[in-house]
Ligand binder design. Structure first.
Ligand code: ADP
Length: 327
């Protein structure tokens, strides 16, 4: 018979995302409600390997739901890719009697959890915490809504100065492999062009549209670029455009890490709370080695093995909307 989960470890891993604290809080409080012991693991898999683990109670998550970042800190841990690293981590959990693990992170962290749960008898549940929204099988990931709203706020400000000077502005947002932040923030700020990793960009089309808009005296042009687009970000796009339009006044603005920080939005706090609650219920119900997703407002439990990057799934509808609304 399957062993009952009595002690849960919780960690945040990989890139941080606003709302991770709300998820930690939900795991801790739901676990305590069910009479479980909860352990916080510092710096993701690194802390698991180094036994940087401490007992948490309801008070240890007081006053954190509104805070960005993660109180458990996060890290990328090279040793966890190796069997010896995972063994060390397992021994630390075993010694403390931890028999369930909640991993809050992106698809990389899920791959780590999947490997770990295949090798050892500690069930894992994943919560999708990534600003990139690039995990297949869930409509939401913790952090995306906050990040995209931060981007929109920043782009609105740039647009004010752009308007005053009749310039072309290229704004780079985060998204190494996924264009969701670029697409959403670009549509929400009326961008003329949006460049994303999932689609090929015809630079001549962009040049032609800029020239055509100039003829129509539409001099302000906003181009939103995901950092991982095929050219390699806004600075590279600027070079290509400058080559073709030497007289154009082009400015580049890279939003960078401000997109990761800040107080999580209401939506991120709510989905993190729901996901954290369900993660504990999953472990108690014996639903192991899955991650918690939300699809059509219903909870879904997807095998960690199926957690893959949601690549190349941007539909044509989005592209048409950008083109037609920016005319
Ligand atoms: P994210 O979770 O944000 O996608 P990473 O891809 O950096 O971030 O993954 C976070 C951590 O998860 C890695 O530093 C590593 O410790 C662990 N990890 C990722 N992929 C694997 C894997 N294939 N095997 C074992 N551990 C992994």
């Amino acid at each position: 018979m399957e062993k009952k989960v009595t002690k849960i470890g919780v960690l945040t891993s990989g890139g941080d995302a606003p709302g991770m604290n709300a998820a930690i809080r939900a795991v801790v409080r739901t676990g305590i409600y069910h009479g479980l012991e909860i352990f916080g693991i510092m710096r993701g898999y690194q802390g698991m390997m180094e036994d940087d683990i401490f007992r948490m109670d309801s008070r240890s998550v007081a006053n954190i739901i509104q805070r960005g970042g993660t109180i458990l800190k996060t890290a990328r841990c090279m040793d966890f890719y190796e069997p010896e690293g995972r063994k060390k981590a397992y021994e630390n959990l075993k010694r403390r009697g931890i028999n369930g693990l909640v991993v809050i992170g992106g698809d990389g962290s899920f791959r780590g959890a999947q490997k770990f749960s295949q090798e050892y008898d500690i069930p894992c549940v994943g919560l999708a915490g990534t600003i990139d929204k690039d995990i297949h099988g869930t409509d939401f990931t913790i952090g995306f809504d906050t990040a995209v709203n931060t981007a929109v706020e920043a782009i609105d400000k740039v647009r004010d100065t752009m308007d005053a000077h009749d310039r072309i502005f290229i704004i780079e947002v985060m998204g190494r492999d996924a264009g969701y932040i670029a697409l959403h923030s670009g549509i929400a700020t009326g961008a003329e062009n949006i460049l994303i990793p999932e689609r090929k960009t015809n630079i001549n089309d962009i040049v032609n549209s800029l020239l055509e808009k100039e003829r129509r005296k539409k001099l302000v042009n906003l181009i939103v670029v995901a950092e991982g687009d095929e050219f390699g970000g806004a600075t590279e796009v600027e070079k290509v455009l400058k080559d073709k339009l030497p007289n154009a006044e082009i400015r580049v603005c890279i939003l960078g890490h401000i997109q990761r920080g800040g107080s999580p939005s209401c939506l991120d706090r709510v989905i993190a709370s729901r996901m954290g609650f369900h993660a504990v219920e999953c472990l108690l119900e014996g639903r192991h080695n899955v991650f918690v997703g939300i699809l059509n407002n219903k909870m879904h439990y997807i095998p960690l093995a199926d957690a893959v990057k949601n690549k190349g799934k941007i539909s044509d509808e989005w592209v048409r909307i950008v083109k037609i609304l920016a005319s």
